[in-house]
Design a protein around this ligand. Structure first.
Ligand SMILES: [Zn+2]
Length: 261
């Protein structure tokens, strides 16, 4: 069989206009991971799939492709959820765009498609409800995405003396582990300060079930430490530069602006 149709469920991460009224959407799907789908006539308002193929729509798609092509074609689409409130706030919208670029950039292991899709959807729900500030959402997504793509840090205790609690820890952004202040050496590079509340927040993000991951709060200096660590960690282990991150920083207000690697 040259063509085989398949039903998939996923979220639209990106859309690129092509000729006339067509577009190519990038979808993070439970079944196939990140794929590109060509949508004919998508830009026409009367297109019946219009909302299902729009940015950040969570939809069911029926797709097919020829064996020689990487690009899928759309047969049908039905929207399951639209995150309407996302577009009300430029910071959260910019964060969602950065999250999309990250997912397109990292290599998603086949057995983690569903987990990363769940993470993405959970984040959007938290963002739409404004339960967490944008910088904390950003940090949570960065750390959890690293965990889900093979970079879960070892936060159980100090890597050198195994201490679970210490006055002060340092997060090793190269190797994803923590070292306590008694064990830290002057030659250590890429270490970021993490006080106890920061380490505990990191443990939440790295080890808690997804449903419980949002069960903590952190503010002030500790939040600042957490955000700096999560951003540096993902930049160190991926391409290190994101246009959407630059944009996000340009629209972030208040204390979030100060976060720099
Ligand atoms: Zn130690």
């Amino acid at each position: 069989m040259a063509y085989q149709t398949q039903k998939i469920t996923g979220i639209v991460l990106k859309e690129v206009k092509t000729k006339e009224s067509d577009k190519i959407i990038t979808v993070l799907s439970r079944e196939l991971g990140v794929i590109n789908i060509y949508v004919k006539g998508a830009m026409r308002l009367k297109n019946k799939f219009h909302s299902a193929v729009s940015l950040f729509a969570y939809s069911e798609f029926v797709v097919f492709r020829s064996r020689s092509s990487e690009l899928y074609q759309l047969n049908e689409a039905e929207v399951k959820h639209v995150f309407h409130r996302l577009s009300e706030n430029i910071e959260y919208l910019a964060l969602a765009m950065y999250m999309s670029e990250l997912v397109c950039e990292v290599s998603v292991p086949d057995d983690m498609n569903n987990e990363i899709l769940r993470l993405f959807l959970n984040m959007l729900h938290v963002m739409c409800s404004k339960r967490w500030p944008v910088d904390l959402c950003k940090a949570a997504f960065e750390m959890r995405l690293m965990c889900d793509t093979g970079y879960r840090p070892d936060l159980v205790g100090c890597k050198r003396c195994a201490k679970y609690e210490a006055e002060l820890f340092f997060f090793d952004t190269e190797n994803g582990r923590i070292v306590c202040n008694s064990c830290q050496k002057p030659y250590d590079r890429g270490f970021y300060i993490a006080e106890m509340p920061t380490v505990n927040a990191l443990r939440y993000l790295a080890y808690a079930d997804l449903e419980k991951m949002f069960g903590f709060n952190i503010t002030g200096l500790f939040k600042y430490q957490l955000c700096a660590i999560c951003e540096r960690y993902i930049l160190n282990h991926t391409k290190g530069e994101y246009k959407t991150l630059d944009f996000l920083k340009s629209v972030m207000t208040g204390e979030e602006n100060k976060i720099e690697g």
